[in-house]
Design a protein around this ligand. Sequence first.
Ligand SMILES: Cc1cc2nc3c(=O)[nH]c(=O)nc-3n(C[C@H](O)[C@H](O)[C@H](O)COP(=O)(O)O)c2cc1C
Length: 294
Amino acid sequence: MVAPLQGLTEAVWRNVHHRHFGDGQGEVEYFTPFIRVDRDEVRARDLRDFTSELNEGMMLTPQIIFRDMEEWKRLVEMLIANGAKRIDMNMGCPFPPQVKKGRGAGMIMHPDAVGRIAEEMANYPEVQFSVKMRLGVVDPSEALALVDILNAMPLRHVTIHPRTAKQQYKGEFHLKEMAELSSCIKHPVIFNGEISSPSDIEALSAKYDGVMVGRGLLARPSLFAEYRAGKEWSVEEREEAFLGLIEGTYKLLENSLCGSTQIRDKMKPYWEYAPNSLDRKIVKFGKKNGYIWS
Ligand SMILES: Cc1cc2nc3c(=O)[nH]c(=O)nc-3n(C[C@H](O)[C@H](O)[C@H](O)COP(=O)(O)O)c2cc1C
């Protein structure tokens, strides 16, 4: 599964990744970055990322972030109206302004709100829901308080990142708490965090029901293809794969964004994930200009 990354794994990137590295059988599942309500409206821009024709042919699940049952319901109904059959619920975003408002990882601290959503879910039997979460906001055992509610929900799976919101995306994993939480959850559990090689996928697939990869796939877009083939690609092949994805993304952005400054700004974050082996001069040029060819 491909993790949602705001500003990165959006429709253009997904389209190119799917064409270059998809398995053709829809086994790689992509998740949209979270779709949210802003000033009482579902953000049109977020929704377009889900309805874009660039998503054609891939297995795509939209993700929502919400603060309470009312926001949840509004997002769910809008997505159903736009054809969603599966919806992922973000209960892990560590961004402090969202957490403070009770969204993302903030949901973990509001079991009442989660309980109301669990009840409301019964009204949408046509949708398969899933949850993506962390172990807690400050303490890695906080999410245990949600186990009964999560188990009462009809979920496809629960994806867990073994850190707290306070840790954001760095620092030690809390593997003891991760094991405890996963053993209490009756749904399939998907592991998410710092997966960067086919052997990581192999080891974690033996312990969990699946894996979700974010940053590791930006650095090594061929990761799932290598795992499927049971053979690691050479460093050169992986560098080529990275640059091919950059080039494809840049070219597709040229069709949808107008100015070259806009495209360059959009491309910059991808270069942050360039493989360490890649010539630093190329990376420096890429970070400055967004592309490397002329
Ligand atoms: C820039 C950035 C944007 C992210 N956006 C989202 C998001 O929209 N929804 C979500 O559930 N997680 C989001 N995440 C978290 C990732 O999906 C993932 O859980 C995290 O990066 C850990 O996995 P990884 O080590 O494989 O990258 C984001 C992470 C980063 C770094």
